[in-house]
Design a protein around this ligand. Structure first.
Ligand SMILES: NC(=O)c1ccc[n+]([C@@H]2O[C@H](COP(=O)([O-])OP(=O)(O)OC[C@H]3O[C@@H](n4cnc5c(N)ncnc54)[C@H](OP(=O)(O)O)[C@@H]3O)[C@@H](O)[C@H]2O)c1
Length: 392
């Protein structure tokens, strides 16, 4: 029988409390939370205050703790905590996609140097076990593509606005109350959160380390009634899709609202649910579906990582070894719907092959082609007068 793991926990918010809960309800996991580090002294806590500390060193310098579980909401502080814990020989579990995406190559190297494992299944698509599947099941080079609805908040907003005619603001508020929106909603609605997840998936799918700023992301914050009408009239739905694929000897990856037809599996993914579709050479398409956010679903992935540590599991980053030299590229044309303010914008974006144009007193749009590189350079998240969606 393996020894009981003693866990030092950072953060006791939505996911931290969820973890405490599921750990106490799950029989057979050989682990216990011994100490919890949080930030605000004055906050009331639902469990005995003896558990809590406000000094990170009470956990990081405690040699009797085997595992550090990092569930805070600050990426910079989280990186310090995680890097220090790994260097001190502790195994670490984290759900912090921003921190992991921004430091993945460095964290990979620290793991190589120290031999300490870092697991982060909960950082991508909550309860869906996608990273471990990419690592273990798809451990060869047969994958061609990965598409995902990786953000529960935006999928919830898109569902409520399209199916229940709720306003964007009301739907966002509901997602925040339900506990799956990020503390900063810009991370969700401007698609930074799914971009961080895609950055992590790029490493585990194709072995590529990319800086988040090199990955194009555009969210749903500018979605207008005119865009919704266009979508409905065509019998489509808009979903925020993170995409990566291998094209020849290069890897492309980006996050963009995407027009989806009813025969596409993503069409039926509603509310805070997430889904990932993998395209592989011999098995064709495979689809994973599950809750992508919320205290208990996310905590279940954290728990699974803790459980894996009991059996000394670690990511081997096999794709990095196999494909490490494949370049990441934004020189890739996609078909798009573009609602635009004026002709100069279309020129600036270099929209080509325009097949359809529509203009009325309320809206104007074109359907054409644009490169990911132009989209990235256009700083679209800084504008409020444009909506762009990929036309699959
Ligand atoms: N919520 C979800 O559905 C979800 C899903 C997947 C991944 N995640 C990720 O999981 C992490 C936690 O999310 P959450 O929703 O649980 O956040 P949250 O509810 O805002 O809780 C954050 C917790 O972190 C603590 N904290 C902040 N800075 C700290 C520091 N320097 N040292 C110690 N504790 C610190 C806070 O302390 P106080 O209690 O004192 O304020 C709080 O307990 C984030 O990285 C998030 O991106 C969340």
């Amino acid at each position: 029988m393996s020894k009981k793991l003693k866990v030092g926990l950072f953060g006791f918010g939505v996911v931290g409390q969820g973890l405490y809960d599921v750990l106490h309800k799950t029989k057979g996991i050989n682990a216990e939370v011994v100490k919890i580090c949080v930030k605000h002294r004055e906050k009331p806590r639902p469990i005995d205050k003896e558990y809590f500390t406000f000094d990170k060193n009470d956990i990081l310098n405690n040699d009797s703790l085997d595992v550090v579980v990092e569930l805070t909401d600050n990426a910079d502080e989280a990186f310090e905590i995680v890097a220090t814990a790994l260097r001190k020989g502790k195994a670490v579990v984290s759900a912090n996609k921003k921190m992991i995406a921004e430091h993945l190559e460095e964290l990979y190297k620290i793991q190589q140097q120290t031999g300490s494992p870092l697991l982060y299944e909960a950082s991508v698509c909550g309860s869906i076990p996608i990273i471990r599947n990419l690592e273990e099941y798809y451990d060869n080079d047969l994958l061609n593509s990965l598409d995902g609805i990786c953000n529960g908040t935006t999928n919830y907003i898109l569902t409520k606005t399209s199916e229940e005619n709720k306003t964007y603001e009301d739907a966002l508020k509901e997602a925040q109350v339900k506990g799956f929106a990020e503390s900063n909603p810009r991370l969700d609605v401007q698609a930074f959160d799914p971009k961080y997840k895609l950055t992590i998936l790029l490493c585990h799918t194709f072995g590529v380390f990319v800086k988040p700023e090199d990955v194009f992301n555009f969210g749903i914050q500018n979605l207008s009634a005119a865009d919704s009408t266009f979508t409905r009239e065509k019998g489509l739905k808009i979903k925020l899709i993170a995409h990566t694929s291998k094209l020849g000897d290069k890897i492309v990856g980006y996050v963009i609202p995407t027009l989806i037809s009813p025969d596409n599996m993503f069409y039926a993914v509603r509310n805070e649910f997430n889904a990932v579709q993998l395209g592989a050479a011999f098995s064709d398409k495979q689809f994973f579906y599950g809750k992508g956010a919320g205290g208990h679903p996310t905590a279940s992935a954290v728990l699974s990582d803790i459980s894996a540590l009991v059996y000394r599991y670690r990511y081997e980053y096999k794709k990095v070894e196999q494909n490490g030299t494949l370049p990441f590229s934004n020189e890739h044309l996609i078909d798009v719907y573009v609602r635009y303010p004026d002709e100069s914008f279309l020129k600036e974006l270099n929209v080509t092959d325009i097949q359809q144009r529509f203009s009325s007193s309320e809206t104007q749009y074109v359907i054409g082609k644009v490169s990911i590189d132009s989209l990235l350079r256009a700083n679209l998240n800084e504008r409020n007068d444009v909506f762009i969606a990929q036309w699959n």
